[in-house]
Ligand binder design. Structure first.
Ligand SMILES: Nc1ncnc2c1ncn2[C@@H]1O[C@H](COP(=O)(O)OP(=O)(O)OP(=O)(O)O)[C@@H](O)[C@H]1O
Ligand SMILES: [Mg+2]
Length: 462
């Protein structure tokens, strides 16, 4: 057993018999733990309500209230310590009863110093585990919080809990940064597989030549550089969930192999001779329109039907504007908690500005923008121009601009050209998305681009 760290550990001894309590104090104090004493139940309860202890050694027989009554009250405290009962001869039955309702253990008088120390250490170890678990659960809840009260978010929550109750495959569709991975993790954590692994693979980020060895694993010597056997993601996710991210970027060849695994439930490592059964729950996500990809022959229809048992479509942030303020509050208070920063107020104009922005990068972009605001804006109140400076660096809308000799018409068309070019860049020269952003039709955007001499070009993928 790992030694219990002695710093900051506090133990309360509640016993009316002075000589007993002195013995306990000296055994425990000698071992390096900090002790405090109470001579009756009322004093003990008062101390427990106002101070923090890790452990109470509680005599069953106290002069004012019974040890059992004190125990029941301690168990109802929010931040309750472990309790070890001390029983006299003949009260072992009551001590057993105390364990049944929540005491950790009991010590019988006359006290044996070795047994006292062992019980104290065990109880403190249990306390440490309880606190670690509470901290981890809090961290987990914090990490997987899904903020939003829009109807879109409500129906996503409902889909998540429906999906968590089954083992059916799920296809999550949505633009970049809308929360697809968060949804996949929530389905995993809310379901019966939460104790199992959650393994992710990003099909867009892994070169085509490596994706199969990543997915299926390989046997030593199966190719140059395969120095040892290695499990693939399918096997690593056994008993848990495999999250196939950016499935729309998977090649047709790999799609065929994945389909075979899904049909048979068996995985064969590269260079291996026998297939292994795996029990994996599959969740896939994409920001592409798979139906269009099927039409173009880029995605297998049979794989699509296999994956698309439950379908979750995540709306872009611009279609759930009512969530923006909540998300800003959430990300800014999370930032303040993590870095001990002073909270900031967003002026009504700033909130309006955030609501009117189109958020092409969705929640991820909003989260990054809030973090940037918290880091770079010194004032305690955030104004629209601060946000503008962060979302559109270099395009300050405040202060006097240098004098430029232009007519209104010239200035307007120059501004329009810059705006269109900027939006095209941001949308990686995707005409449809840019047109949506600008609130105009694709045809009109094409015409403006032609008039302004903006040549269409797609940016190479980063
Ligand atoms: N409703 C929400 N509430 C709080 N945080 C959210 C919400 N949705 C997404 N996030 C956070 O926004 C960030 C982006 O989310 P996530 O990675 O799940 O999006 P994605 O759709 O998988 O993005 P991409 O397509 O770029 O991979 C993450 O930090 C995530 O925790
Ligand atoms: Mg993602």
């Amino acid at each position: 057993m790992e030694p219990v760290p002695k710093e900051n550990v506090r133990i309360l001894i509640a016993d009316d018999n002075r000589s007993h309590s002195d013995i306990l104090m000296s055994i425990i104090g000698h071992a390096g733990f900090e002790c405090d004493a109470a001579e009756d139940g009322t004093t003990a309860l008062k101390k427990l309500e106002t101070e923090t202890y890790d452990l109470v050694l509680l005599d069953l027989k106290l002069p004012d209230i019974s040890g059992m009554t004190v125990l029941r009250k301690v168990l109802r405290l929010n931040c309750r310590p472990q309790v070890v009962m001390i029983s006299g001869q003949g009260s072992v039955q009551a001590a057993v009863e105390a364990i049944k309702i929540g005491a950790f253990d009991f010590l019988e008088k006359p006290l044996d110093s070795k047994r006292v120390l062992l019980t104290v250490k065990n109880a403190l170890e249990k306390e440490r585990l309880v606190r670690d678990k509470a901290r981890l659960m809090k961290e987990l809840a914090d990490r997987y919080t899904m903020v939003g009260q829009s109807t879109g978010m409500d129906s996503i929550r409902e889909m998540i809990s429906r999906a968590a109750d089954t083992t059916s495959k799920v296809l999550i569709e949505g633009e970049n940064g809308t929360g697809k991975e968060l949804i996949a993790r929530l389905i995993h954590h809310q379901g019966p597989r939460s104790g199992g692994p959650f393994v992710t693979i990003n099909c867009a980020a892994i070169p085509e030549t490596l994706i199969e060895s990543e997915l299926f694993g390989f046997k030593k010597g199966s190719f140059t550089g395969a120095l040892t056997d290695r499990k693939g993601k399918f096997q690593s996710a056994d008993g848990g969930t495999l999250f196939l991210d950016e499935i729309g970027d998977m090649s047709l060849l790999t799609q065929a192999k994945v389909l075979r695994v899904l049909e048979s439930g068996m995985v064969e490592q590269l260079g291996g001779s026998e297939a292994v059964r795996t029990d994996v729950r599959l969740i896939a996500a994409t920001n592409k329109d798979l139906k269009k990809q099927i039409e173009r022959g880029e995605f297998r229809e049979d794989l699509y039907f296999r994956l698309n048992v439950l379908n979750i479509k995540v709306p872009p942030l611009r279609q759930r504007k009512e969530d923006i303020e909540l998300l800003v509050d959430y990300f800014s208070s999370r930032y303040c908690r993590a870095f001990g920063a002073e909270p900031k107020r967003f002026s009504p104009g700033a909130v309006e500005f955030l609501k009117n922005y189109k958020w092409p990068g969705n929640i991820r972009e909003l989260k990054n923008a809030v973090e940037k605001i918290m880091v770079t804006i010194e004032n305690s109140e955030v104004h629209p121009q601060d946000i503008d400076g962060i979302l559109h660096p270099g395009s300050s809308t405040t202060g006097l601009r240098p004098f430029v000799p232009l007519t209104l018409r010239e200035a307007r068309s120059r501004f329009e050209k810059e705006l269109i070019q900027d939006r095209l860049e941001r949308n990686h020269w995707n005409i449809t998305r840019t047109a949506i952003d600008l609130g105009i039709t694709r045809i009109y955007l094409h015409r403006l681009m032609k008039d302004m001499g903006i040549k269409s070009r797609r940016k190479p993928p980063e």
